[in-house]
Design a protein around this ligand. Structure first.
Ligand code: S3P
Length: 186
């Protein structure tokens, strides 16, 4: 079978089910998502962006003014609304996995964990210009390690685990396309 017929059978088996990208801050969900969506002829949605548009506030401001618990409730609402739609690649916020109710939505689609590993994540976050409110502390590395330790087993609930090195977003998207058949009995 040639490449385009492989892609067509992948799309047909997916049947419009949403694809949720999960993983720690800095794992490349928002960068990889558009490239993956383009390949699958899906639309791309970034949950953090939808949440900021819906509230008219930056994530950072929501954390400051309303606190993390309220942020998680908003995130759940935005995820639930997004789950009503189909044919989407969704970049989730790193903490979406922490509410068990969110898994009800995530598992209606295909869940993919992007995992660059601790050291690569920290290196990326050091360079990143986007502020991560949870890491605005005296010892961000220590806090990062604590968060990662509690979340690793949740990320491992994903349908597909993609180890990421220093590939481009396009290459990561292609790796996902190449590995999806293994979990879809193709
Ligand atoms: C968070 C990750 C962020 C954003 C918020 C909380 C987290 O999204 O939702 O700052 O708890 O890990 P990214 O994973 O896109 O950075």
């Amino acid at each position: 079978m040639n490449v385009s017929s492989n892609l067509n059978s992948l799309k047909s088996v997916l049947g419009g089910r949403n694809i949720y990208l999960i993983g720690m801050m800095g794992s490349g969900k928002s960068l990889t998502g558009p490239s993956l969506a383009k390949r699958l002829e899906y639309s791309f949605v970034d949950l953090d962006v939808v949440l900021e548009k819906a509230t008219g506030k930056l994530i950072q401001v929501i954390f400051e003014e309303d606190g993390e618990t309220n942020f998680r409730q908003l995130e759940k609402q935005v995820l639930t609304a997004t789950g009503q739609r189909h044919s989407l690649v969704v970049a989730t916020g790193g903490g979406v996995v922490t509410l068990s109710a969110n898994w009800g939505v995530l598992h209606q689609g295909i869940v993919i964990w992007l995992d660059p590993g601790r050291d690569r994540l920290l290196a990326r976050l050091r360079k990143d210009t986007i502020k991560r409110p949870l890491l605005e502390t005296k010892d961000p590395e220590k806090v990062f390690d604590q968060i990662f330790a509690t979340r690793a087993q949740l990320y491992a609930e994903a349908d597909l685990h993609i180890s990421v090195q220093d590939e481009s977003a396009e290459q990561v998207a292609q790796n996902i396309i190449d590995q999806l058949p293994s979990i879809l009995s193709l």
